[in-house]
Design a protein around this ligand. Sequence first.
Ligand code: NDP
Ligand SMILES: O=C1OC[C@@H](O)[C@H](O)[C@H]1O
Length: 362
Amino acid sequence: MTTTLRWGIISTGRISGVFVKDLLIDPKTRDTHDVVHKVVAVGSRKVETAQEFVAANAGGDASIKVYGTYDEVYADKDVDAIYIGTPHTYHYINALDAIRAKKHVLCEKPVTSNAAELRALLAAAKENGVFFMEAMWTRFQALPQAVMKLLESGELGAPVVVHADLSGDFDIHNIPKTHRILDPALGGGALLDLGPYPMVWAIMTLFENPRNDFTAPSNITASMLKTPLTGVDANTSFTLTFDKIQAQAVLSCSINATPVSPGVTIRCEKGVIRVATPIYCSKSFKVEYLEKGKVVREEEKKFDYVGFGLHFEADEVARCVRDGKSESALWSHDKSLLEMTVFDEVRKQGGYVFPKGVEQVV
Ligand SMILES: NC(=O)C1=CN([C@@H]2O[C@H](COP(=O)(O)OP(=O)(O)OC[C@H]3O[C@@H](n4cnc5c(N)ncnc54)[C@H](OP(=O)(O)O)[C@@H]3O)[C@@H](O)[C@H]2O)C=CC1
Ligand SMILES: O=C1OC[C@@H](O)[C@H](O)[C@H]1O
Protein backbone atom coordinates (compact mmCIF):
# COMPACT_ATOMS: atom_id res chain seq x y z
CA MET A 1 0.00 0.00 0.00
CA THR A 2 1.35 3.41 -0.95
CA THR A 3 0.24 6.52 0.93
CA THR A 4 -0.05 9.81 -0.93
CA LEU A 5 0.47 13.00 1.06
CA ARG A 6 -1.11 16.07 -0.55
CA TRP A 7 0.95 19.22 0.07
CA GLY A 8 0.10 22.91 0.18
CA ILE A 9 3.15 25.16 -0.19
CA ILE A 10 3.33 28.47 1.67
CA SER A 11 5.49 31.07 -0.08
CA THR A 12 7.45 30.95 -3.27
CA GLY A 13 11.03 31.78 -2.26
CA ARG A 14 14.21 29.86 -2.91
CA ILE A 15 13.82 26.94 -0.52
CA SER A 16 10.14 26.39 -1.34
CA GLY A 17 11.22 25.82 -4.94
CA VAL A 18 13.88 23.31 -3.90
CA PHE A 19 11.36 21.53 -1.67
CA VAL A 20 8.78 21.22 -4.47
CA LYS A 21 11.39 19.90 -6.89
CA ASP A 22 12.40 17.28 -4.32
CA LEU A 23 8.75 16.31 -3.72
CA LEU A 24 8.35 15.63 -7.43
CA ILE A 25 11.30 13.21 -7.62
CA ASP A 26 10.21 9.58 -7.87
CA PRO A 27 10.59 8.22 -4.30
CA LYS A 28 11.81 4.90 -5.73
CA THR A 29 15.10 6.65 -6.64
CA ARG A 30 15.77 6.74 -2.88
CA ASP A 31 14.36 3.28 -2.25
CA THR A 32 11.15 4.68 -0.76
CA HIS A 33 8.16 2.56 -1.73
CA ASP A 34 5.52 3.25 0.92
CA VAL A 35 4.85 6.98 0.45
CA VAL A 36 4.50 9.42 -2.45
CA HIS A 37 3.95 13.16 -2.57
CA LYS A 38 1.57 15.37 -4.51
CA VAL A 39 1.75 19.16 -4.70
CA VAL A 40 -1.87 20.31 -4.62
CA ALA A 41 -1.66 24.05 -3.96
CA VAL A 42 0.81 26.91 -3.82
CA GLY A 43 0.15 30.15 -1.94
CA SER A 44 1.94 33.43 -2.40
CA ARG A 45 1.21 37.02 -1.45
CA LYS A 46 0.58 37.55 -5.19
CA VAL A 47 -1.16 35.00 -7.39
CA GLU A 48 1.11 35.81 -10.35
CA THR A 49 4.13 34.82 -8.25
CA ALA A 50 2.48 31.50 -7.43
CA GLN A 51 1.87 30.92 -11.15
CA GLU A 52 5.50 31.70 -11.99
CA PHE A 53 6.60 29.40 -9.18
CA VAL A 54 4.62 26.45 -10.55
CA ALA A 55 6.01 27.11 -14.02
CA ALA A 56 9.58 27.22 -12.69
CA ASN A 57 9.47 24.35 -10.20
CA ALA A 58 6.64 22.01 -11.19
CA GLY A 59 6.74 22.09 -14.98
CA GLY A 60 3.68 24.37 -15.08
CA ASP A 61 1.44 21.53 -13.82
CA ALA A 62 -2.08 22.94 -14.37
CA SER A 63 -3.56 20.65 -11.70
CA ILE A 64 -1.72 22.62 -8.97
CA LYS A 65 -4.00 25.31 -7.57
CA VAL A 66 -2.42 28.75 -7.27
CA TYR A 67 -3.56 31.25 -4.68
CA GLY A 68 -2.77 34.91 -3.99
CA THR A 69 -3.11 34.44 -0.23
CA TYR A 70 -1.77 31.88 2.23
CA ASP A 71 -5.20 31.58 3.87
CA GLU A 72 -6.69 30.01 0.74
CA VAL A 73 -4.11 27.21 0.95
CA TYR A 74 -4.94 26.55 4.61
CA ALA A 75 -8.65 26.42 3.70
CA ASP A 76 -8.20 24.05 0.74
CA LYS A 77 -9.97 20.77 1.51
CA ASP A 78 -7.62 18.83 -0.79
CA VAL A 79 -4.52 19.78 1.23
CA ASP A 80 -3.33 17.38 3.95
CA ALA A 81 -0.06 19.03 4.98
CA ILE A 82 1.39 22.52 4.76
CA TYR A 83 5.05 23.32 4.06
CA ILE A 84 6.13 26.73 5.38
CA GLY A 85 9.07 28.39 3.61
CA THR A 86 8.66 32.01 4.71
CA PRO A 87 11.38 34.02 6.57
CA HIS A 88 12.04 32.92 10.17
CA THR A 89 9.92 35.52 11.95
CA TYR A 90 6.81 34.56 9.97
CA HIS A 91 7.00 30.86 10.83
CA TYR A 92 4.98 31.26 14.03
CA ILE A 93 1.97 33.01 12.54
CA ASN A 94 1.95 30.92 9.35
CA ALA A 95 2.17 27.67 11.32
CA LEU A 96 -0.50 28.80 13.76
CA ASP A 97 -2.90 29.66 10.93
CA ALA A 98 -2.26 26.28 9.30
CA ILE A 99 -2.74 24.39 12.56
CA ARG A 100 -6.01 26.22 13.30
CA ALA A 101 -7.21 25.12 9.85
CA LYS A 102 -6.43 21.57 11.05
CA LYS A 103 -3.57 20.98 8.64
CA HIS A 104 -0.44 18.99 9.43
CA VAL A 105 2.64 21.24 9.33
CA LEU A 106 6.26 20.99 8.25
CA CYS A 107 7.87 24.34 9.11
CA GLU A 108 11.30 25.51 7.94
CA LYS A 109 14.16 26.00 10.37
CA PRO A 110 14.51 27.81 12.72
CA VAL A 111 11.03 26.68 13.63
CA THR A 112 10.16 29.97 15.40
CA SER A 113 11.85 33.15 16.61
CA ASN A 114 12.02 31.90 20.21
CA ALA A 115 11.11 29.00 22.49
CA ALA A 116 7.91 30.65 23.76
CA GLU A 117 6.47 30.80 20.25
CA LEU A 118 7.32 27.13 19.76
CA ARG A 119 5.62 26.14 23.01
CA ALA A 120 2.49 27.98 21.88
CA LEU A 121 2.54 26.20 18.52
CA LEU A 122 2.98 22.79 20.15
CA ALA A 123 -0.01 23.48 22.39
CA ALA A 124 -2.08 24.54 19.35
CA ALA A 125 -1.02 21.44 17.39
CA LYS A 126 -2.06 19.23 20.30
CA GLU A 127 -5.40 21.00 20.67
CA ASN A 128 -6.14 20.64 16.96
CA GLY A 129 -4.88 17.05 16.70
CA VAL A 130 -2.34 17.67 13.93
CA PHE A 131 1.21 16.57 13.21
CA PHE A 132 3.88 19.27 13.58
CA MET A 133 7.59 19.20 12.78
CA GLU A 134 10.47 21.59 12.20
CA ALA A 135 11.99 20.92 8.77
CA MET A 136 15.32 19.74 10.18
CA TRP A 137 16.13 17.81 7.02
CA THR A 138 19.68 16.82 8.02
CA ARG A 139 18.31 14.48 10.69
CA PHE A 140 16.62 12.30 8.06
CA GLN A 141 19.59 11.75 5.76
CA ALA A 142 21.52 8.50 5.64
CA LEU A 143 24.96 10.01 6.41
CA PRO A 144 24.18 11.44 9.88
CA GLN A 145 22.35 8.22 10.70
CA ALA A 146 25.47 6.22 9.79
CA VAL A 147 27.59 8.53 11.98
CA MET A 148 25.20 8.04 14.90
CA LYS A 149 25.27 4.28 14.40
CA LEU A 150 29.06 4.28 14.48
CA LEU A 151 29.09 6.35 17.68
CA GLU A 152 26.51 4.09 19.28
CA SER A 153 28.51 0.96 18.36
CA GLY A 154 31.10 2.06 20.94
CA GLU A 155 33.94 1.23 18.54
CA LEU A 156 35.33 4.76 18.92
CA GLY A 157 34.71 4.98 22.66
CA ALA A 158 32.79 7.89 24.14
CA PRO A 159 32.58 11.25 22.36
CA VAL A 160 34.66 13.95 24.06
CA VAL A 161 34.38 17.11 21.94
CA VAL A 162 32.22 17.90 18.90
CA HIS A 163 33.26 20.89 16.77
CA ALA A 164 30.67 22.02 14.21
CA ASP A 165 30.58 25.11 12.03
CA LEU A 166 28.35 26.34 9.26
CA SER A 167 29.45 29.45 7.46
CA GLY A 168 28.28 31.06 4.26
CA ASP A 169 29.53 34.13 2.45
CA PHE A 170 26.35 36.12 1.83
CA ASP A 171 28.28 39.12 0.43
CA ILE A 172 26.72 41.17 3.20
CA HIS A 173 28.23 44.50 2.13
CA ASN A 174 26.54 44.29 -1.24
CA ILE A 175 23.07 42.95 -0.47
CA PRO A 176 20.14 45.16 0.59
CA LYS A 177 19.76 45.70 4.33
CA THR A 178 16.21 44.41 3.89
CA HIS A 179 17.54 40.98 2.80
CA ARG A 180 16.35 38.33 5.27
CA ILE A 181 19.94 37.55 6.24
CA LEU A 182 20.56 41.16 7.40
CA ASP A 183 17.16 42.46 8.50
CA PRO A 184 16.58 42.05 12.28
CA ALA A 185 12.82 42.21 11.65
CA LEU A 186 13.20 38.96 9.67
CA GLY A 187 15.42 37.37 12.34
CA GLY A 188 18.55 38.13 10.31
CA GLY A 189 22.05 37.03 11.26
CA ALA A 190 24.06 33.84 11.48
CA LEU A 191 22.52 32.21 14.54
CA LEU A 192 18.96 31.78 13.36
CA ASP A 193 19.79 30.97 9.75
CA LEU A 194 22.90 28.80 10.02
CA GLY A 195 23.02 27.95 13.75
CA PRO A 196 20.41 25.17 13.46
CA TYR A 197 22.96 23.00 11.62
CA PRO A 198 25.87 22.98 14.11
CA MET A 199 23.09 22.58 16.69
CA VAL A 200 21.57 19.52 15.00
CA TRP A 201 25.00 17.87 14.96
CA ALA A 202 25.37 18.53 18.70
CA ILE A 203 21.90 17.10 19.25
CA MET A 204 22.52 14.00 17.15
CA THR A 205 25.95 13.17 18.55
CA LEU A 206 25.63 14.24 22.21
CA PHE A 207 22.02 14.94 23.24
CA GLU A 208 20.77 11.77 21.51
CA ASN A 209 23.75 9.70 22.60
CA PRO A 210 22.23 6.74 24.50
CA ARG A 211 24.56 7.44 27.43
CA ASN A 212 23.26 11.01 27.65
CA ASP A 213 19.66 9.82 27.69
CA PHE A 214 18.29 13.10 26.25
CA THR A 215 19.70 15.17 29.12
CA ALA A 216 19.88 18.87 28.27
CA PRO A 217 23.25 20.66 28.41
CA SER A 218 24.10 21.87 31.89
CA ASN A 219 25.89 24.96 30.65
CA ILE A 220 25.73 27.26 27.61
CA THR A 221 28.26 29.98 26.81
CA ALA A 222 27.99 32.29 23.83
CA SER A 223 29.49 35.27 22.09
CA MET A 224 28.10 37.22 19.15
CA LEU A 225 29.90 39.59 16.83
CA LYS A 226 27.39 42.05 15.34
CA THR A 227 27.74 43.70 11.96
CA PRO A 228 27.42 47.50 12.09
CA LEU A 229 25.35 47.20 8.89
CA THR A 230 22.14 46.29 10.75
CA GLY A 231 23.23 45.01 14.17
CA VAL A 232 22.50 41.33 13.48
CA ASP A 233 25.13 38.72 14.35
CA ALA A 234 27.68 38.22 11.58
CA ASN A 235 29.49 35.57 13.62
CA THR A 236 28.34 33.57 16.61
CA SER A 237 30.16 31.00 18.73
CA PHE A 238 28.52 28.92 21.42
CA THR A 239 29.44 25.95 23.57
CA LEU A 240 27.18 23.35 25.14
CA THR A 241 28.40 21.26 28.07
CA PHE A 242 26.89 17.81 28.48
CA ASP A 243 27.89 16.92 32.05
CA LYS A 244 26.22 13.55 32.06
CA ILE A 245 28.50 12.20 29.31
CA GLN A 246 31.44 14.51 30.06
CA ALA A 247 31.41 15.98 26.57
CA GLN A 248 31.23 19.40 24.99
CA ALA A 249 29.98 20.83 21.71
CA VAL A 250 31.86 23.82 20.32
CA LEU A 251 29.65 25.41 17.70
CA SER A 252 29.91 28.38 15.38
CA CYS A 253 28.28 30.04 12.40
CA SER A 254 29.02 33.00 10.20
CA ILE A 255 27.35 34.89 7.35
CA ASN A 256 30.54 36.44 5.98
CA ALA A 257 32.98 33.53 5.77
CA THR A 258 33.45 30.75 3.28
CA PRO A 259 32.58 27.30 4.64
CA VAL A 260 35.48 25.08 5.67
CA SER A 261 35.77 21.32 5.48
CA PRO A 262 35.44 19.25 7.59
CA GLY A 263 32.45 21.16 8.94
CA VAL A 264 31.97 18.71 11.81
CA THR A 265 34.73 16.97 13.77
CA ILE A 266 33.69 14.42 16.38
CA ARG A 267 36.58 13.58 18.68
CA CYS A 268 36.06 10.36 20.62
CA GLU A 269 38.27 8.44 23.04
CA LYS A 270 39.40 5.99 20.34
CA GLY A 271 38.88 7.83 17.09
CA VAL A 272 37.90 10.91 15.14
CA ILE A 273 35.05 11.40 12.65
CA ARG A 274 35.35 14.22 10.12
CA VAL A 275 32.20 15.21 8.23
CA ALA A 276 32.71 17.02 4.92
CA THR A 277 31.01 20.35 4.35
CA PRO A 278 28.20 21.30 3.74
CA ILE A 279 27.13 19.90 7.07
CA TYR A 280 23.39 20.15 6.24
CA CYS A 281 23.68 17.55 3.48
CA SER A 282 27.18 16.17 3.63
CA LYS A 283 28.04 13.42 1.17
CA SER A 284 31.07 11.91 2.92
CA PHE A 285 32.82 11.40 6.22
CA LYS A 286 36.22 10.06 7.24
CA VAL A 287 37.03 8.01 10.31
CA GLU A 288 40.42 7.68 12.01
CA TYR A 289 40.73 4.80 14.46
CA LEU A 290 43.23 5.49 17.25
CA GLU A 291 45.26 3.21 19.49
CA LYS A 292 47.32 4.87 22.21
CA GLY A 293 46.91 8.18 20.35
CA LYS A 294 48.19 6.78 17.03
CA VAL A 295 46.11 6.36 13.88
CA VAL A 296 45.90 2.62 13.15
CA ARG A 297 43.20 2.65 10.46
CA GLU A 298 41.40 5.17 8.28
CA GLU A 299 38.27 4.87 6.20
CA GLU A 300 35.98 7.10 4.17
CA LYS A 301 32.26 6.61 3.64
CA LYS A 302 30.39 8.23 0.76
CA PHE A 303 26.68 8.81 0.22
CA ASP A 304 24.60 9.96 -2.70
CA TYR A 305 20.99 10.33 -3.80
CA VAL A 306 18.89 12.01 -6.48
CA GLY A 307 17.74 15.52 -5.50
CA PHE A 308 18.75 18.13 -2.96
CA GLY A 309 17.78 16.03 0.08
CA LEU A 310 14.63 17.66 1.43
CA HIS A 311 12.52 14.67 0.34
CA PHE A 312 13.70 12.51 3.24
CA GLU A 313 11.98 14.80 5.77
CA ALA A 314 8.88 14.87 3.55
CA ASP A 315 8.81 11.05 3.58
CA GLU A 316 8.95 11.16 7.38
CA VAL A 317 5.98 13.56 7.49
CA ALA A 318 3.97 11.29 5.17
CA ARG A 319 4.71 8.23 7.34
CA CYS A 320 3.89 10.02 10.60
CA VAL A 321 0.61 11.39 9.20
CA ARG A 322 -0.28 7.95 7.82
CA ASP A 323 0.39 6.42 11.24
CA GLY A 324 -1.59 9.09 13.12
CA LYS A 325 1.46 10.44 14.97
CA SER A 326 1.62 13.97 16.37
CA GLU A 327 5.42 14.16 16.11
CA SER A 328 8.39 12.41 14.56
CA ALA A 329 10.56 10.29 16.84
CA LEU A 330 13.65 11.32 14.84
CA TRP A 331 13.14 15.08 15.06
CA SER A 332 10.75 15.27 17.99
CA HIS A 333 9.32 18.40 19.58
CA ASP A 334 11.77 18.25 22.48
CA LYS A 335 14.72 18.58 20.09
CA SER A 336 13.28 21.70 18.45
CA LEU A 337 12.53 23.03 21.92
CA LEU A 338 16.11 22.43 23.01
CA GLU A 339 17.35 24.23 19.89
CA MET A 340 15.13 27.27 20.49
CA THR A 341 15.92 27.36 24.23
CA VAL A 342 19.65 27.34 23.45
CA PHE A 343 19.18 30.06 20.81
CA ASP A 344 17.26 32.23 23.31
CA GLU A 345 20.16 31.91 25.74
CA VAL A 346 22.77 32.57 23.04
CA ARG A 347 20.90 35.73 21.97
CA LYS A 348 20.62 36.79 25.60
CA GLN A 349 24.36 36.39 26.23
CA GLY A 350 25.14 37.97 22.84
CA GLY A 351 22.81 40.92 23.41
CA TYR A 352 20.72 40.32 20.27
CA VAL A 353 17.23 41.71 20.89
CA PHE A 354 14.67 41.52 18.06
CA PRO A 355 12.88 44.75 17.18
CA LYS A 356 9.69 45.32 19.16
CA GLY A 357 6.75 43.29 17.89
CA VAL A 358 8.79 40.62 16.10
CA GLU A 359 8.32 37.99 18.80
CA GLN A 360 4.64 37.07 18.82
CA VAL A 361 4.91 35.21 22.14
CA VAL A 362 7.51 36.04 24.81
N1 NDP B 1 16.28 23.71 4.65
C1 NDP B 1 17.13 24.46 3.98
O1 NDP B 1 18.11 24.01 3.41
C2 NDP B 1 16.89 25.92 3.88
C3 NDP B 1 15.98 26.53 4.70
N2 NDP B 1 15.74 27.86 4.60
C4 NDP B 1 14.75 28.47 5.51
O2 NDP B 1 13.61 28.81 4.73
C5 NDP B 1 13.13 30.09 5.06
C6 NDP B 1 13.06 30.92 3.79
O3 NDP B 1 14.33 31.07 3.23
P1 NDP B 1 14.53 31.43 1.66
O4 NDP B 1 13.75 30.51 0.82
O5 NDP B 1 15.98 31.53 1.44
O6 NDP B 1 13.88 32.89 1.63
P2 NDP B 1 13.35 33.72 0.42
O7 NDP B 1 13.52 35.14 0.77
O8 NDP B 1 13.93 33.23 -0.87
O9 NDP B 1 11.79 33.37 0.37
C7 NDP B 1 10.91 33.69 1.40
C8 NDP B 1 9.51 33.82 0.85
O10 NDP B 1 8.64 34.13 1.92
C9 NDP B 1 7.57 34.96 1.49
N3 NDP B 1 7.46 36.10 2.38
C10 NDP B 1 6.42 36.35 3.19
N4 NDP B 1 6.59 37.48 3.88
C11 NDP B 1 7.79 37.97 3.51
C12 NDP B 1 8.52 39.13 3.87
N5 NDP B 1 8.06 40.03 4.74
N6 NDP B 1 9.72 39.33 3.30
C13 NDP B 1 10.22 38.44 2.41
N7 NDP B 1 9.55 37.32 2.03
C14 NDP B 1 8.34 37.10 2.56
C15 NDP B 1 7.87 35.32 0.04
O11 NDP B 1 7.04 34.49 -0.78
P3 NDP B 1 5.69 35.02 -1.45
O12 NDP B 1 6.05 36.30 -2.12
O13 NDP B 1 5.34 33.93 -2.36
O14 NDP B 1 4.67 35.21 -0.37
C16 NDP B 1 9.32 34.95 -0.15
O15 NDP B 1 9.61 34.57 -1.47
C17 NDP B 1 14.05 30.63 6.16
O16 NDP B 1 13.41 30.50 7.40
C18 NDP B 1 15.29 29.76 6.10
O17 NDP B 1 15.85 29.52 7.36
C19 NDP B 1 16.36 28.60 3.64
C20 NDP B 1 17.29 28.05 2.81
C21 NDP B 1 17.67 26.67 2.89
O1 LIG C 1 19.17 26.37 5.70
C1 LIG C 1 20.03 26.97 5.10
O2 LIG C 1 21.05 26.29 4.54
C2 LIG C 1 21.80 26.83 3.49
C3 LIG C 1 22.00 28.32 3.63
O3 LIG C 1 22.60 28.84 2.48
C4 LIG C 1 20.68 29.00 3.88
O4 LIG C 1 20.85 30.40 4.04
C5 LIG C 1 20.07 28.43 5.12
O5 LIG C 1 18.80 29.03 5.36
